[in-house]
Design a protein. Structure first.
Length: 197
C-alpha cells in the first residue's frame, strides 16, 4: 500500500493549512517564503485538490473514483464529493472523538477495533449511512489507548450530524452531513473545475 511519508507540518505549510484540521495541535513556527509568485488558476485548483486528499488521507486513484461517483449522483458534484469524503468510516471515527487524528482513526479501523451495526468492519473507506451505529469492540474498550484518546479528545466538538456516547465508545450517524456541517477549509468548486477540464 502506498504511504505518504511527507512530514505533516511541512505539508500543512505548503498547502497553507492549519494542522488543527488534522487533529494535530502543534504549530509550525517557520514561515513559507514565497517571493510574491503569482499562482495560476490551475495551481489554485491543484492546491485545493491536494488539500482535500491530504486532510482525508486519500490517494489520487480513490479520490478520482469518489469524484466520478459524486458526478453521477443527483445534486451538486462538489457537495456530493465532500459528503462522501466526510462519511468515510475512518473520518467518522475521528469525528466521534475515538481517535486523535484521521491517521490514527484509519489504523483503529484497520486493526479491526470497530463495529458498524454490530458487525466488524476493517475498511477505512467504508461509507456510513444515516442510522448506522459505530462502536469500538467490547474487548478494546477497557484498553489504556482509548482512555488516553478520550482524555485528549474530550473537549472536541462532535458535529451535529453525529451523536457520540464517549463513556461507552459508541456513536450514531443521525443523518448524512450537508456542506454547511463540514468545517473543512476546501473550496470544492475548484476541484470540480480541475476534473471537468
Amino acid at each position: 500500500m502506498a504511504v505518504n511519508r511527507v512530514p505533516v507540518l511541512k505539508r500543512c505549510r505548503s498547502l497553507d493549512l492549519d494542522p488543527v484540521f488534522l487533529g494535530i495541535d502543534k504549530k509550525s513556527n517557520r514561515q513559507l517564503k514565497r517571493t510574491n509568485r503569482k499562482v495560476s488558476e490551475y495551481g489554485l485548483q491543484l492546491r485545493e485538490k491536494q488539500k482535500a486528499k491530504f486532510i482525508y488521507g486519500v490517494l489520487e486513484k480513490p479520490f478520482r473514483n469518489y469524484y466520478k461517483k459524486a458526478d453521477r449522483m443527483k445534486g451538486m458534484t462538489g457537495e456530493n464529493l465532500m459528503v462522501m469524503l466526510e462519511s468515510r468510516l475512518d473520518n467518522v471515527v475521528f469525528r466521534l472523538g475515538f481517535a486523535r487524528t484521521r491517521k490514527e482513526a484509519r489504523q483503529i479501523v484497520d486493526h479491526k477495533h470497530v463495529l458498524v451495526n454490530g458487525r466488524q468492519v476493517n475498511i477505512p473507506s467504508y461509507l456510513v449511512k444515516a442510522g448506522d451505529t459505530i462502536e469500538i469492540k467490547e474487548k478494546c474498550k477497557g484498553s489504556q489507548r482509548y482512555k488516553d484518546i478520550l482524555e485528549v479528545t474530550g473537549g472536541r466538538l462532535v458535529p451535529e450530524w453525529l451523536e457520540a456516547d464517549a463513556e461507552n465508545l459508541k456513536g450514531t450517524v443521525k443523518e448524512l452531513p450537508n456542506r454547511d456541517a463540514i468545517d473543512v477549509p476546501v473550496n470544492e468548486m475548484l476541484i470540480v473545475e480541475l476534473y471537468s477540464k
